[in-house]
Write a protein that binds this ligand. Sequence first.
Ligand SMILES: Nc1ncnc2c1ncn2[C@@H]1O[C@H](COP(=O)(O)OP(=O)(O)O)[C@@H](O)[C@H]1O
Ligand SMILES: [Mg+2]
Length: 304
Amino acid sequence: MGNNKELSREESAEIVGMDQDSFDARALELKLPGFKTNKIKKSTLEKYFTLSVDEEFDSHVIAISNQKGGEGKTTVSICLGEALSRSGKTLLIDWDPQANATNLFHKDIKFSVMDSLGYRGKKSVSLERIILPLDKNYDLAPSALDLANFTTAYERDDFELLKEALLPIRSKYKYIIIDCPPSLGLILENALIAADFVLVPIQTRAFSVQGLKDLHETIEKIRKKANPRLKLLGAVLNQYEGQKALSGLATSIKKYFPVFKTLLYRRESIPQSQAKMSLLSHYDSQALQYFLDLAEEVKGKLDV
Ligand SMILES: Nc1ncnc2c1ncn2[C@@H]1O[C@H](COP(=O)(O)OP(=O)(O)O)[C@@H](O)[C@H]1O
Ligand SMILES: [Mg+2]
């Protein structure tokens, strides 16, 4: 829709919400096609900049991220998504080649999210076509091992493939949750460029301060270079057992991330519901309450 419209430098600066000098400097740095001839395609601008019109989406994209495995990313993604789906249509994107979230609910999938990226010129299937239902108001974009091939950026666009795949369906959902892989790299960077918010689950028994520092650096790098809209929602303590003084834990985490008030206690029904391929509300409504509380806290932070 009007994406091939050619824009002047002035129009372009206005659309991306920057003053002229900053826009010109950034455009030169990026070698923005069309800048020198003063004919910048809208589609080019979309690829190189975060357009301020993006802000008009009323959907919220939240990346659930921590490069360590076993912290609760997949659990928080599924259960927070389930809780949020009570107040608006929600999409869970399984963005991990291990496909844990997908395998919990769907055994044989035809397409994975990798098929909708168009990576290395591969013809892509729209994200909309690969989506599977999880519940009444809750959908899943499934993953598979083939996402592990998404490792190297050959073109600048490769950092924005998830963001682009999401664009046509963003307005269909109120909340979009991205379950990130336990690694730093192209897959995570795509998630952080597609997202508006980041939430970091932390396993309270053994967490690595160095790991939090590295993740914080990655988030800051993406915010500065590629996605100035990205906001840190904060860290949520998971598998909390009440054994450690909370204040000490929170102090070391707060150096890097604000900490949610809601605590996710360790509860056996959580892995049990997963083993039974069941949503938490069908299995243990009390455990779901943690995630309903977290959802309320998250919603409070989305609108400010
Ligand atoms: N609050 C919790 N109580 C009990 N078990 C949990 C809790 N959160 C996560 N788990 C379990 O811990 C394991 C790792 O969690 P998972 O969400 O898969 O982490 P990640 O996606 O970060 O690797 C899973 O077996 C999951 O069922
Ligand atoms: Mg996981």
